[in-house]
Ligand binder design. Sequence first.
Ligand SMILES: C[S@@+](CC[C@H](N)C(=O)[O-])C[C@H]1O[C@@H](n2cnc3c(N)ncnc32)[C@H](O)[C@@H]1O
Length: 263
Amino acid sequence: MEPTGQEKERFLGKVYLVGSGPGDPGLMTLKGKGLLECADVVVYDALVSPQILAMISPQAEKIDAGKRRGRHSLIQSETTQLLIDKARTHTIVVRLKGGEPFIFGRGGEEMEALVSAGIPVEVVPGITSGIAAPAYAGIPLTHRNYSSSVTFVTGHESAGKYRPCVNWQAIAHGSETIVIYMGIHNLPYIVKQLTIAGLSLDTPIALIRWGTRSQQQELIGELGSIVEQVEQTGFEAPAIMVIGAVVNMHSILGSLSSSKLSN
Ligand SMILES: C[S@@+](CC[C@H](N)C(=O)[O-])C[C@H]1O[C@@H](n2cnc3c(N)ncnc32)[C@H](O)[C@@H]1O
């Protein structure tokens, strides 16, 4: 919803951390869309879809802070400083992020830095790709017959300086469905860790690339053979991985769900 003139005054120098969802423009929230339409500055990430960028006011200054593996447009500290600087000179600054800002999106770090700098900040949540991509592929993350728990985890742990210590032993047994973000480049390592932890080689796995977009691709297999399948097909990031019995639902619901893709 667009702020009124009076509210704009009150919002002077405010940063909105807005989640754009996984790509389908229909999954953008009304609140987020309203902010894009009245923003003075929009600082956006690489995974924001072109249809959502098209919602930005033509008058707004658009800054690409996109980060893709090996191609960092702006480093994190530069992005944070940019937001602080823009908030000091503009009324409505939107930090537009793929998916949900607080799920593997560094939204927490950026908000922390803004709060420390005395900048008012508000989060507008988005739909995370870890939920939306499986849904569009016909994979319910929970199901009364197959899974009553789900874990979201990063697979990015061996790349770059930041190394979260994922306890794969605990992940393997902590829930019936495992959803992994940023795991494609690290797939052989992840499969090895999960199978060492005791998951069987025939555990179902789905890889969903560019979920919710017209170019969505799915690769369905088993833990024991998925690495070879990825090599053979040249399947690439960005993708969400789902591991667990719920993946079998893809064969029943997958074709129905993909017919929704029209964006
Ligand atoms: C830095 S994380 C950002 C996640 C984002 N904050 C979210 O909530 O979806 C980037 C990773 O999210 C996943 N991702 C984002 N958009 C995706 C999409 N449309 N389809 C599949 N995976 C996606 C991929 O694993 C990608 O490497």
